[in-house]
Design a protein around this ligand. Structure first.
Ligand SMILES: [Zn+2]
Length: 222
């Protein structure tokens, strides 16, 4: 599709779909779950638990490559769930569920970070590495998901730097934290709360403890 030309079937820039996504019976079936979002949350909770257990077992068994390759799947499922259920409008939801391009993590992450994480999570910042090199979290997630040769070789020395490696217990806790947030969404949607209220609540869950301490201090002064 030429730049600037609008696809009559889908408003997402760059989508080349030749038909409305919902004509696909699989997309239609998934949209039914999105229209009852607590049902989709249920699938996501189970998915995060399974991926988390798998990665946790890899960590406990010192299977570094297995652990590294799982990381983007966990983060991608969480980020895309927030975007799908709390930010995307209906046509964009259908586009996401179709899996057609563009559908990459980076675009969804940028929106979710700005709207829900209060721009506190910077996966694109360049961070100094161990050997005088540098990396970004986003590139590390992509490298792992694609089993790049870089991640293959990095996995070999992964456990040589215990100060950077989470314990299985701490990693399990981080997964539980994601699950508890989706579980909150599940409860709110099931109770019939409007999406704006659920979004407000999830934004609040992503505030740092410091924010709430400052709010309490302000309330005491007033
Ligand atoms: Zn599309």
């Amino acid at each position: 599709m030429a730049k600037g030309k609008i696809n009559p079937h889908c408003p997402v820039t760059g989508c080349k779909s030749a038909h409305p996504h919902r004509q696909d019976k699989h997309v239609h079936a998934l949209m039914l779950l999105v229209e009852k979002p607590h049902l989709m949350c249920g699938y996501v909770i189970e998915g995060l638990a399974q991926l988390g257990n798998s990665a946790c077992n890899d960590l406990a068994n010192r299977n570094a490559l297995g652990f590294i390759t799982r990381q983007r799947q966990i983060q991608e499922l969480y980020i895309k769930t927030l975007y799908l259920l709390l930010i995307a409008d209906t046509p964009e939801q259908a586009h996401m569920l179709s899996g057609e391009m563009p559908n990459g993590l980076t675009g969804y992450y940028r929106n979710v970070n700005e709207i829900i994480f209060h721009s506190r999570v910077d996966w694109e910042a360049t961070t100094p590495g161990l050997n005088g090199d540098s990396f970004t979290i986003m590139n590390t997630l992509h490298d792992g998901a694609h089993v790049s040769f870089k991640s293959l070789v990095m996995a070999k020395s992964y456990f040589n730097h215990p100060e950077f490696v989470m314990t299985p217990e701490r990693f399990a806790q981080s997964i539980q934290d994601l699950i508890s947030k989706v579980n909150y969404m599940h409860g709110m949607f099931e109770a019939g709360k409007p999406r704006e209220h659920v979004l407000d609540g999830v934004q609040a869950l992503h505030r740092p403890a410091r924010y709430w301490e400052e709010q309490q201090a302000k309330a005491r002064v007033e």
